[in-house]
Design a protein around this ligand. Structure first.
Ligand code: HEC
Length: 135
C-alpha cells in the first residue's frame, strides 16, 4: 500500500517537472503561455518602427497627412502600408516614378526633398507605415 502511494507521488512529481519545463521553454521563446496566434514581432522591428515614427514627426509628414486622426485629415495614411508594398511606399514618400505623375507638382517637388534622407531613415519610415501604428 505504502509503495503505491510512493509511486503515485513520484509520478505526479515527474509530471509537474515536465510541465514546468515546457512552460519555461515557451516563456524563454517569448510566447505568453495560453496565447494562441503568432508571437510578437522581433525587437529589431519594434525599434525600426519607433525610429520611423520619430522620422515622421521630425519631417512633419503630418503637415499633409494624418494617422489615426492625428495630423492633416486631407491625406490619411491609415492602411497605406497595407495598400502599397515597400517599393511603392518609397516612391510615394519620395514623389518618384508613378507617384510623381499622380501628385500635384508642388507636392511632388516638396517630396523630392526626402531624397536627402539617409537610407536607414527611409527604411524606418516604410517600416512605420507598414506597422499597425502607422495604420
Ligand atoms: C506637401 C504635402 C505633403 C507632405 C509634406 C508629405 N506628403 Fe505624402 N502625400 C501627399 C499627397 C497630396 C499625396 C497623394 C495621396 C493622397 O492624397 O492621399 C501623398 C501620398 C503619400 C503616400 C501614399 C498614400 C496612399 O494612400 O496611397 C504615402 C505613403 C506618403 N505620402 C507618405 C509621406 C511621408 C512618410 C511623408 C513625410 C516624410 C510625406 N508623405 C510628406 C502630400 C504630402
Amino acid at each position: 500500500m505504502r509503495e503505491t502511494w510512493a509511486l503515485r507521488i513520484a509520478a505526479l512529481t515527474a509530471l509537474a517537472v515536465v510541465l514546468l519545463a515546457a512552460l519555461f521553454a515557451r516563456v524563454q521563446r517569448g510566447e505568453r503561455p495560453g496565447s494562441p496566434g503568432p508571437s510578437p514581432p522581433p525587437a529589431a522591428d519594434a525599434a525600426l518602427v519607433e525610429a520611423g515614427r520619430r522620422v515622421y514627426d521630425r519631417e512633419d509628414c503630418a503637415a499633409c497627412h494624418s494617422i489615426a486622426g492625428a495630423g492633416n485629415p486631407r491625406s490619411p495614411l491609415d492602411r497605406a502600408g497595407a495598400r502599397h508594398d515597400q517599393e511603392a511606399l518609397r516612391r510615394w514618400i519620395l514623389g518618384d516614378g508613378e507617384a510623381a505623375s499622380a501628385l500635384p507638382r508642388r507636392v511632388a517637388h516638396a517630396k523630392e526633398e526626402y531624397r536627402q534622407l539617409p537610407a536607414e531613415d527611409l527604411d524606418a519610415l516604410v517600416a512605420y507605415l507598414r506597422s499597425a501604428a502607422g495604420g
